[in-house]
Design a protein around this ligand. Structure first.
Ligand code: NAI
Ligand code: MG
Length: 357
């Protein structure tokens, strides 16, 4: 089968790392005989905004709907477009309109990546944060009363629906049951948030009945963040509401090293809409145009995309390729954020050439 992939490089280093991601994807496609068809789009960028006055064309949804996945770089160029416009009118529209209710971020200690973790070696830390991406604390339910007076009242509600909670839990339990450790951790705060979080806990317990092979534990978010730093090796799959997941999914990659290697996926698991794969980093205006951005976050996203499309072996091959290049730690090849003096192209090429069956 042909898989149609929409490629949106966006701004800044997005335009530099996406070609390297494609280089690895094309190598994997050749070796594993996959039929990937890439279509490039110039919208969701400052260049498009300068030409058209909007971030995206009016019919972007129709243009993207038939694709199997979106391979995204980074959007944002504050000199030209204010950040709230560039992000809200592109990336956040994709997440919402395409019901990408799973935000998935791997947290993995890699060889050769500078990390604040002492006394741990690659392999010790290898888990996923599964964040609910569409409801929870990030609702628009609420308002302000008596504005501008001493009696001012500001409220914003958490919204949890049974469908919304159950579908993210099901995704996380399915993921845990496919992994070796078969362990799931739930982020909660039912001692302080006395209505919505006990509800979350109840749904976790109910879902757990369907997965007798998965061991389940839960932590309140305060101690959980501490444990991410002190004991990241405890975790396998961590599932969390929108706010808690947002915090954990930045903390996890920060604990294991540079932002340049961290990938993320925004997934619509049912495949009703295209899922979107993007590095965690942004457009990095401070280094854009110099050819020194680390392409590994983007390349890793490609591996996640292949996994999502059902090609685990090809995904693992890309993963093994960049881990093996990292392990060699050749300063001619590694980018400056990894302590080397290589370029985006040198590192990207070295990884693509390392991919084998
Ligand atoms: P950023 O992630 O672009 O950069 C933060 C720091 O990390 C910079 O010093 C940068 O040089 C470094 N860095 C980032 N990626 C790197 C890589 N691949 N290799 C080496 N170093 C790397 O975040 P910042 O500066 O806050 O935002 C810049 C622009 O990107 C803004 O317009 C922001 O809105 C946008 N942004 C977009 C995101 C997205 O498209 N999902 C996510 C985060 C920011
Ligand atoms: Mg965040």
């Amino acid at each position: 089968t042909t898989h149609r992939i929409a490629v949106i490089p966006g701004d800044g280093i997005g335009k530099e790392v996406v070609p390297e991601g494609l280089r690895s994807l094309e190598a994997a496609a050749r070796i594993f005989n996959l039929d990937l068809e890439f279509t490039h789009f110039d919208f969701a960028s400052a260049d498009y905004y300068l030409k058209h006055g909007t971030m995206m064309p009016g019919d972007w949804e129709e243009q993207l709907t038939g694709f199997d996945a979106i391979y995204f770089g980074a959007v944002g160029w504050p000199d030209v477009v204010p950040d709230h416009i560039s992000l809200w009118d592109s990336l956040l529209q994709f997440r919402r309109r395409f019901d990408q209710y799973v935000n998935l971020r791997p947290v993995k200690l890699l060889p050769g990546v500078p990390s604040p973790l002492a006394n741990r070696k690659p392999g010790d830390v290898d888990f996923y944060v599964v964040r609910e991406n569409t409801e929870g604390e990030y609702s628009s339910v609420g308002g302000v009363m008596f504005e501008g007076t001493d009696r001012e009242v500001v409220m914003q509600e958490t919204v949890m629906t049974r469908v919304g909670v159950d579908r993210i839990l099901k995704y996380a339990f399915d993921l845990a049951s496919r992994r070796e450790a078969k362990s799931l951790t739930s982020a909660t705060k039912s001692n302080g948030i006395s209505i919505s979080m006990p509800y979350w806990d109840t749904r976790v317990a109910t879902m757990a009945e369907n997965y007798p092979g998965v061991s389940v534990d839960k932590f309140h978010i305060d101690i959980l963040t501490a444990n991410f730093v002190l004991h990241p090796d405890w975790f396998d799959v961590v599932v969390a509401s929108n706010l808690f997941g947002d915090i954990l999914s930045d903390l996890g990659p920060a604990v294991t090293g540079t932002i340049g290697v961290a990938p993320s996926a925004n997934i619509n698991p049912e495949g009703l809409f295209p899922s979107l794969f993007e590095p965690v980093h942004g457009s990095a205006p401070d280094i854009a145009g110099r050819g020194i951005a680390n392409p590994i976050g983007q390349i890793w996203c490609g591996a996640m995309m292949l996994e999502h499309l059902g090609y685990s072996q090809a995904a693992t091959a890309i993963q093994d390729a960049f881990e093996s290049v990292l392990a060699e730690a050749d300063a001619q090849v590694l980018t400056p954020d990894l302590g080397g003096h290589g370029t985006t192209g040198i590192l990207g090429t070295a990884i693509a050439e390392r991919i084998t069956k």
